[in-house]
Write a protein that binds this ligand. Structure first.
Ligand SMILES: Cc1cc2nc3c(=O)[nH]c(=O)nc-3n(C[C@H](O)[C@H](O)[C@H](O)COP(=O)(O)O)c2cc1C
Length: 165
């Protein structure tokens, strides 16, 4: 049973890949969440963008974790950036379960050059404590592996020492 939970939503696979790489490196349990919404085609993507902008969420499909969420040493939450915000399934997760997360880190994936750091503060509105660690990854970019590996090393350091930095 791992001390670390990687929990994420991914529509087109980028966040899934990043979270799998991170989970493999730190030996974390990995869980995908889904709200069952159909986001295929341009209509689906448009709806995804609108939902993110309006901060609307839908109930999540049931998921299980090996421990209670509050019992992990660290919960790493992964989301794509949608319209400069976190994805609506992850907002739904944080709205419903965020108060169980007091040791939390964030992984964003995005397509643009802007790191979208305001998303971290949006996500912190729902958690019991502000996040400890963060990374914003641009899949396919030159810096992707560097920033992913720096985040992995920050997580490992936190797990060894119990504090950040
Ligand atoms: C509806 C929608 C809105 C998006 N908005 C942004 C954005 O504001 N900024 C950005 O950099 N990328 C944006 N993207 C791109 C995704 O964040 C990026 O491709 C991400 O890595 C996708 O992750 P996934 O493959 O796990 O779904 C958007 C994608 C979608 C579908």
């Amino acid at each position: 049973m791992s001390d670390v939970l990687c929990i994420y939503y991914s529509f087109s696979g980028n966040t899934r890949r990043a979270m799998k790489e991170i989970a493999d490196a730190v030996g974390a349990e990995i869980v995908a969440i889904d709200d069952g919404a159909d986001r295929n085609g341009w209509r689906g993507r448009l709806r995804a963008g609108k939902d993110a902008m309006r901060r609307s969420t839908a109930p999540l499909k049931p998921f299980t974790t090996e421990r209670n969420i509050e019992d992990y040493k660290l919960v790493i939450v992964g989301t794509p950036v949608w319209g400069g915000r976190c994805s609506s399934p992850i907002r739904g997760l944080l709205k419903r379960r965020g108060l169980e997360m007091s040791r939390v880190a964030y992984v964003l994936t995005r397509s643009g050059n802007r790191r979208c750091v305001s998303v971290y503060d949006q996500m912190d509105l729902y958690t019991a404590e502000k996040h400890l660690l963060e990374v914003s990854l641009q899949p396919g970019s030159v810096g992707y592996a560097f920033w992913r590996d720096k985040f992995i090393s920050d997580v490992q350091q936190y797990l060894e020492s119990g504090h950040v930095g």
